[in-house]
Ligand binder design. Structure first.
Ligand code: ADP
Ligand code: MG
Length: 320
């Protein structure tokens, strides 16, 4: 199978059909329409075999993840995703692998109304770069740099579950049955909070997605905001499955330091709390928990019943 046949067979019609794709796959570049009064939001993330997913992961899970991690970045900006491009480096044109990959990618693309509009296909060690392009009404995007002391700190979902799922897959954590299945699913198929991110505009003062661990990403948000944060360990939401398999201390440690959550961590000024409570109670909203607050100063402190917990550092590819 040649490169052009491969592109035509697997990538020509992936994801949503959109009227704002003036010209999609097939020319030198895609032509995309932007709604008036909006800004373009763009991000890219690369997944390397064995670094960003365990070697031997199912191809459909890799396809899902490659888009999901980008949709999570778009969600954290409060933006609406629209288009994706895909740069794929493959050791060989394995048809089973390609079919699985496209199935996973297409499933989450279609669910979020995203059209695949271009890409690049080359030979080499398995590496996947996905770019997502979306839009947001001008001036309304959420940022990580705009949290203020006194703001309440919230997180969606159940941080730590995905890290526990990865630990189970790699044999570093033991467990069976429904709990194991639920946690592994959280790692294999992250569900970015795209709709909720858009609804946080006008309520949240700042937002970041949790990809490298809650404490580490919180540290980035408050550093960018020129502030600090206090987290109350007792308020960390721990899923029943995580609690059952990791115990209380293990669950808290994973919730603070585990990566791959793709939840939203956001701040809400005290005056917008009622609006957030109403939003969180509305149909389709994820679980939201207040875990602490933004404070004057620098850094993240985690307060437990008996003193402070050490604050874990997040993942850094280049740390010595
Ligand atoms: P060029 O050589 O002009 O850069 P290519 O031969 O790389 O173009 O690609 C031909 C067309 O197929 C382009 O429209 C490109 O965007 C698209 N394409 C190539 N690889 C992929 C892929 N993995 N996913 C989606 N579209 C792709
Ligand atoms: Mg060209």
């Amino acid at each position: 199978m040649g490169e052009f046949e491969l592109i035509e067979r697997y990538f020509a019609h992936v994801g949503a059909r959109r009227e704002d794709v003036v010209l999609g796959i097939g020319d030198d570049a895609a032509l995309l329409r932007v709604p008036p009064g909006h800004e373009i939001v763009a991000c890219v993330d690369t997944l390397v075999d064995g670094h960003h997913f365990p070697q031997g992961s199912h191809a459909d899970d890799i396809g899902w993840r490659a888009l999901a991690v980008n949709l999570s970045d778009i969600a954290a900006m409060g933006a609406r995703p629209a288009f994706a491009t895909l740069a794929l480096t493959l050791p060989e044109a394995d048809e089973d692998w390609l079919e699985g990959f496209v199935a996973g990618f297409a499933a989450i693309a279609t669910a979020h109304g995203v059209a695949l509009v271009g890409g690049d296909t080359t030979k080499g060690p398995l590496t996947i770069s996905v770019q997502v392009i979306g839009h947001v009404e001008s001036g309304t995007a959420l940022r990580r740099s705009t949290a203020r002391p006194g703001d309440l700190l919230y997180v969606t979902g159940w941080p730590g579950d995905a890290a526990a799922g990865l630990a189970l897959l790699q044999g570093r954590l033991q467990g069976q049955g429904a709990n194991r299945g639920a946690l592994e699913q959280k790692f294999r198929r992250p569900e970015p909070r795209v709709a909720f991110g858009q609804r946080l505009r006008g309520i949240a003062s700042a937002c970041i997605d949790v990809s490298d661990g809650l404490a580490a990403d919180l540290g980035r948000m408050v550093a960018a905001s020129g502030a600090g944060a206090v987290v109350r360990a007792a308020e960390l939401p721990l899923s029943r499955a995580l609690y059952a398999l990791a115990g209380e201390a293990g669950a808290r440690a994973l919730a603070l330091s585990g990566g791959d959550d793709y939840e939203l961590l956001f701040t809400v000024p005290p005056g917008a709390r009622a609006a957030l409570v109403a939003l969180a109670a509305s149909a389709g909203a994820p679980a939201c928990h207040c875990i602490g607050e933004v404070v004057a100063g620098r850094g993240v402190r985690v307060l437990a019943e008996r003193g402070e917990l050490p604050v874990p550092r997040g993942w850094d590819h280049f740390r010595a």
